[in-house]
Design a protein around this ligand. Structure first.
Ligand SMILES: [Zn+2]
Length: 450
């Protein structure tokens, strides 16, 4: 028996979560054939600033103990399923499966880190696969190899979980019947254990995808047991469900970006930044701030959709220092154009306004007594023979140390929900997190659910 790590990606925009569904079916094959699954499968999100067409949407990996014969079986099963899942009305999926044998090499960890914050060319992934002797099968384009290798190399030092439940792909017309009230009630009970369930401001459910993929709901949190409870509370008629370990909600892309310091187009950045001009507000309500990052001229874009963060951006002044998290949308004439996703206030430049002093007797603000004639209190007639002003420090509505991110509906998958710092401790892996109707019907003997 050997240890294998299997990575999958389909690079498809309209299917999104489909890769997770295929992974779920493959994992069921592993269990059905009596082989061992060693950890939760991983659901990996990569650099969110790569334009959609070239991005792997959700790549997946899982680790098993098996033999080479079984790996061959997994590969043909994958091919078979990928073809079945093809939907003629949509972009064709370009699925890729990659198989790594043994302990994950450091160069794969590095590849994962890089793919969190930079744009990676498919040739680089192909070279790495060759160098490490990684077997892979691409049904069409090899682009998915980037996501597949990154998922294999993912070292999840910090992680969350997502429970995904599925309908059968042949039941695409089946509605995701879930009311806002029901999700709100679930959120009330499980708010200390889950995140991104809904957006209360816009009364929007965030756990149901809108695409035609087989996912019914995805519930995110830190405690797998609580995810199962929350899921059961929703009482959904699903075909199967599974829990993934993920890098979602961890800000890992920002942490890696602050180490890698890359300023190319589509790179993630997390840098100290000095405001050099008063913010401009566009007709659409977006904010544009001229700033300096590492002595590079930059323009920070803070979109109207980012709610409170947009309001805060309007309050920044020349000389203020912040830490900006975001991605480089473009580089125009050496100016970095940055999409902002996180603003931390580092230091606020004190600003003063000039005012006449208060009357030393009654406290009422004094007025000029005429040019060259000093100051006079109009109430009690006290006079000062010369004119002067006091510099009064202006109160700012924002404070140093404050952190702002967009509301739940406008966040990136990787963005850490700052309002949920304490979500509890991650639990250890157990087979019970692979509960599905299939396993219940056919594998009662090997999977014992309490
Ligand atoms: Zn007075």
């Amino acid at each position: 028996m050997k240890v294998f790590k299997i990575g999958l990606d389909d690079t498809d925009t309209s299917f999104g979560y489909c890769t997770t569904y295929i992974a779920t079916l493959l994992i069921e094959e592993v269990i059905k054939n009596g082989f061992e699954i060693l950890d939760f499968p991983y659901l990996i999100r990569l650099n969110p600033y790569i334009p959609y067409k070239t991005r792997g949407n959700a790549s997946v990996s899982f680790e098993i103990k098996a033999n080479h014969d079984f790996i061959e079986k997994i590969i043909s099963k994958f091919e078979e399923m990928s073809k079945e899942l093809k939907d003629e009305r949509q972009d064709k999926p370009n699925p890729v499966i990659a198989i790594y044998e043994g302990e994950v090499d450091k160069s794969l960890n590095y590849f994962y880190h890089k793919s969190l914050v930079k744009e990676i060319k498919v040739e680089e992934a192909i070279d790495l696969a060759k160098k490490l002797n990684i077997k892979y099968y691409a049904l069409k384009s090899e682009r998915g190899l980037i996501g597949a290798l990154a998922a294999i190399g993912a070292d999840l030092k910090e992680y969350t979980y997502e429970l995904l439940s599925y309908r059968n792909p042949s039941e695409k017309s089946k509605l995701r019947e879930l009311s806002y009230e029901k999700v709100k009630a679930m959120n009330e009970i499980f708010k200390d254990y889950t995140f991104q369930n809904l957006d209360e401001e816009k009364k929007r459910i965030l756990i149901t995808p809108h695409g035609k993929d087989p996912v019914i709901v995805g519930i995110r949190g830190k405690d797998p047991d609580k995810l199962v409870e929350a899921y059961r509370f929703l009482n959904i008629d699903a075909e199967r469900w599974i829990i993934f370990k993920t890098n979602q909600g961890t800000d890992v892309h920002l942490k890696v970006a602050s180490d890698m310091k890359c300023f190319d187009k589509y790179s993630v950045i997390y840098e100290r930044c000095k405001i050099i001009k008063e913010p401009k507000i566009t007709k659409g309500g977006h904010v544009i701030i001229e700033a300096s990052i590492n002595n590079k001229r930059s323009k920070l874009l803070v979109y109207r959709e980012s709610g409170e963060m947009n309001k805060v951006a309007r309050l920044l002044k020349e000389g203020d220092e912040i830490i900006i998290g975001g991605g480089i949308k473009d580089v125009e004439e050496d100016i970095l154009i940055i999409n902002s996703e996180r603003i931390e206030i580092l230091s606020l430049k004190a600003t003063y306004i000039k005012k006449r002093p208060p009357c030393p007797r009654c406290g009422v603000r004094m007025k000029s007594n005429g040019i060259g004639k000093g100051l006079k209190c109009e109430k009690c007639n006290v006079k000062i023979p010369f004119e002067f002003n006091l510099a009064i420090k202006q109160e700012r509505p924002i404070k140093e140390g404050q952190v702002f991110i967009p509301p739940p509906r406008a966040r990136r998958h990787l963005t850490k929900p700052i309002e949920k710092e304490n979500l509890g401790n991650p639990k250890q892996f157990s087979l019970k997190y692979f509960f599905s109707k299939y396993l219940l019907l056919h594998q009662k003997s090997i999977v014992n659910f309490s």
